[in-house]
Design a binder for this molecule. Structure first.
Ligand code: 26W
Length: 819
């Protein structure tokens, strides 16, 4: 009996209250009468954790016993969002907690709002990882998420005079009740030094890496609960610490200050998330981060998840490592190194195993987003790994030459090593050569990946390439974020959709049911009121009643074209100012922006500044009669998304075709009954195909049209000269009306749009404005609009991340749910 793991507290209000008070008294050390909101929140989290604990231990036991094949999700980012609500939902404790806390005189919502979300990611890629691990747990698939426990996540965005100012994200400051540190399972990670060749007793050449410094990786476990299924998978995030040996030797030499410096140096590795999105900077610390978490994760899996004496030739039967973009690709030479240098495999044996153990997902099409590490840096930090990469490249190029004899040009193009602008390792090529499968994240993206980014590779290995369209978890982004709509759906078709989202199809017939439409609209209105209250308290922003809520939330990037949305706003304003449009003819509309700019991305920051300045002027001008409003709440994050998306009427997905790999916000909006205005880009293509043309506002050039225009030569000046509305809008910005008369303030933005915009915003402006006119026409007919909104929900089942996971299981991982 003593060996049995602890059970959960009784699943009852009384059981819950007893456990909660015990947590509060014994862990937080305070009496209920004197407890702060934070102490109550920590006690509540601790209580919910108790309920998950037994399932967590049982899951781990079951998985080990079955020797099941595990998915090792390797991702430098996990944008988890708040944990409490999800944990309550997954363990069916919402009602019990609400009642139990009420008995203690505590409001559950207040405690929920006390949580600072772990923002350990930049945007889509990190949020996708969080959705995927949720789905795998819910589908009973063994998965270990591996990543980095950044002490500071994505920066907190503030605005000062309309400009973005970054503040550190101190998410750990008030306690971290969701993690279990395991210093006992720490792993040593080596860096630097040199390699030595020797010949062993059997005459085989052997390489030894003699590193020059090392750090310790301390794992922190997070629980990833499946939805009401008893499974709790681990997310293991690594934190860097100085190794004992490292500072002891210095301490012994009597240099205390140096020892402390060494510690700081080591801890820097997991200190902060790089806020760059799309453009990698080639910083040494970033490479250290990548190798750090990957080395810890491989070591952890081999040493702790496999039985003693396990034959590593069979490794592919137990693990598939999914590379979330190229950030973890250094895992490939690391596994080769372990197998050859530590386990005595020869090259061919090691490569056979390594090749089967990795699959690679590409998340971008922008050439500047593809990571290239200089061989200088790599060789200094990881000399043995660079050798192995050269070895991989030599054998790979031999294969190319055999397949295409005499085609030296091709071999040069395909080399993992590039010589320009300096010698470097193209990580996407390394990933493609190593992986069993390579996938893009939406149909169009996968096709462009094959045809434009990696055409030589897809010619050599056509069967290696596949697509898995992204998805989002319906638990967090519908059930939890939109309880009112969830109730309306459940009343109509039951609750099966939560784990089987295609069942939303059953809502189709309700699109003609007046009572259902009324309930649906009531839910949307409730969500708008909830958002109004939030933004008033959070940002001092007032949302007017009865407006079309037009939302564009995503990272600020030129390719996403926030400027196109902004030009539309400026154009409407200009038309009213110049008397071309009577204010009464404006559809009452509030445009909401949410976007962080990478701190070093000047243009993106200028655009943020411009949006804020336009908002200030437009919102204050009585000539609009309150019919046009711009809101830009600072610090868009998962927590805000959960309130914003359910309230939206219109979802802006307006990237230049061929630039947005997939998008996942687009899916969240459609699933919550917003209609999309969008280009034929990323997953928009599939959304439109599924919801139907009549229920989607398409505009803009298609990807082939973009390519053709690019080939002809895009001349933005022609659009500026040729289109009066564009000219008037740009001229209004340049007039200084938004900048206290300063005509130069936004020159960087307007010059870019009219002279060299890579993303061709002006070329799509006319088409965009026409689509917005169709939006307004439809919105005037509320019944028709609501019907379309219902059909968007009914037809979005495909975009569940459960479906994405099924696709990965079948096409890439070849593993099964345990069930
Ligand atoms: C610092 C270097 C760097 C480079 C690229 C950091 C982050 C990236 C990512 C690839 C950017 C990213 O998040 N991509 C997004 O991935 C989502 C999930 O697949 C897609 O839905 C988005 O379209 C894509 O932009």
């Amino acid at each position: 009996l003593a060996l049995a793991p602890v059970g959960s507290p009784p699943h009852s209000v009384d059981g819950f209250v007893a456990a909660f008070l015990a947590e509060l008294n014994t862990k937080q050390g305070v009496a209920l009468s004197h407890s702060s909101t934070n102490a109550q929140y920590l006690a509540l989290a601790g209580t919910v954790r108790q309920y998950l604990m037994a399932r967590w231990l049982e899951t781990s036991r079951k998985t080990h016993e079955a020797k099941a094949k595990t998915v090792g999700y390797l991702s430098a980012e996990y944008l988890l969002g708040r944990q409490l609500g999800n944990a309550l939902m997954a363990s069916d404790l919402n009602e019990i907690a609400e009642k139990g806390l009420a008995q203690c005189g505590i409001d559950l919502t207040t405690l929920r709002n006390q949580e600072v979300e772990p923002g350990l990611g930049n945007g889509g890629l990190g949020r996708l990882a969080a959705c995927f691990i949720d789905s795998l747990a819910t589908m009973d698939v063994p998965c270990i998420g591996y990543g980095i426990r950044y002490e500071y996540g994505i920066f907190r965005q503030t605005f000062v005079d309309g400009r973005q100012v970054e503040q550190p994200d101190t998410w750990l400051a008030l306690g971290s009740p969701w993690e279990f540190p395991h210093p006992d399972e720490s792993v040593q990670v080596n860096f630097g030094g040199y390699t030595e060749k020797s010949v062993d007793a059997d005459g085989r050449e052997k390489t030894t890496w003699v590193p020059s410094w090392n750090v310790l990786g301390v794992p922190y476990n997070y629980m990833v609960p499946g939805y009401l299924n008893g499974r709790v998978n681990p997310l293991r995030l690594w934190s860097a610490q100085a190794t004992k040996a490292f500072d002891l030797s210095i301490f012994n030499a009597g240099d205390y200050a140096e020892a402390v410096r060494a510690q700081t140096f080591a801890e820097n590795i997991s200190k902060v998330l790089y806020p760059e999105d799309s453009t990698p900077q080639g910083k040494e610390l970033r490479l250290q981060q990548q190798y750090f978490f990957v080395a810890c994760s491989l070591r952890d899996f081999l040493d702790h998840e496999l039985e003693e004496g396990f034959d590593l030739h069979d490794l592919p039967s137990r693990i598939i490592f999914q590379l979330n973009d190229t950030h973890p690709v250094i895992a490939v030479p690391e596994l080769m190194r372990i197998l050859m240098d530590e386990r005595g495999f020869d090259w061919e044996e090691a490569w056979e195993v390594t090749h089967q153990c990795f699959a690679y997902t590409c998340h971008t099409l922008l050439p500047e987003a593809l990571e290239v590490w200089s061989t200088d840096l790599l060789g200094r930090l990881l000399p043995r790994h660079l050798e192995i990469i050269y070895g991989i490249n030599d054998r790979f190029l031999a294969e190319v030459r055999e397949a295409f004899p005499g085609d030296e040009l091709r071999a040069g193009r395909m080399s993992i090593i590039t010589e320009y602008p300096e010698r470097g390792v193209r990580m996407a090529y390394l990933a493609t050569v190593a992986a069993t499968k390579v996938n893009g994240v939406a149909e169009l993206h996968s096709q462009l990946l094959r045809d434009k980014v990696l055409p030589d590779f897809s010619a050599l290995w056509p069967e290696r390439f596949t697509n898995v369209t992204n998805g989002v978890t319906p638990r967090r982004f519908l059930k939890m974020a939109n309880p009112k709509l969830s109730d309306v759906i459940c009343d109509a078709i039951g609750s099966g959709w939560v784990t089987d989202l295609e069942r939303l199809k059953e809502l189709e017939t309700y699109a003609l049911d007046d009572d259902f439409l009324a309930a649906f609209r009531e839910a949307k209105d409730w969500n708008k009121r909830r958002l109004t209250t939030l933004l008033r308290n959070r940002d001092g922003i007032d949302l007017p009643d009865g407006h079309l809520l037009d939302v564009m939330v995503k990272r600020l990037h030129e390719y996403k074209r926030q400027t196109l949305k902004l030009l539309h706003v400026v154009s409407l304003y200009e038309q009213v100012l110049s008397g071309k449009l009577a204010p009464a003819d404006l559809t009452p509309r509030t445009v909401v922006f949410g976007a962080k700019a990478a701190p070093g991305y000047r243009m993106a920051k200028d655009i943020i500044h411009l949006i804020n300045r336009v908002a200030r002027t437009v919102n204050a001008d009585p000539c609009l009669e309150g019919r046009l409003k711009v809101a830009f709440p600072a610090n868009y994050n998962v927590t805000l998304a959960e309130k914003l998306i359910p309230a939206a009427d219109l979802s802006e997905q307006i990237s230049l075709a061929g630039m947005e790999a997939s998008g996942t916000g687009n899916m969240k909006f459609a699933l919550n009954g917003a209609l999309t205005i969008g280009t034929d880009d990323g997953a928009n293509v599939e959304i439109r195909r599924l919801v139907g043309d009549e229920h989607f506002f398409l505009f803009g050039m298609s990807e082939p049209e973009v390519a053709a225009l690019g080939a002809r030569g895009y001349d933005p000046g022609a659009y500026y000269q040729g289109n009066a509305a564009i000219r008037a809008a740009i001229d209004l910005i340049n007039s200084g009306i938004f900048s206290d008369g300063d005509r130069g303030m936004f020159e960087s933005v307007t010059m870019s749009l009219t002279h060299h915009d890579r993303f061709m915003a002006l070329a799509d402006f006319e088409s965009y404005v026409a689509a917005q006119a169709r939006v307004e026409e439809r919105y005037a007919d509320q019944e028709s609009w609501t019907r379309s909104a219902v059909l968007n929900v009914a037809r979005s089942g495909y975009f569940s991340s459960d479906r994405s996971m099924r696709d990965y299981l079948r096409r890439i991982w070849h593993t099964q749910p345990m069930l």
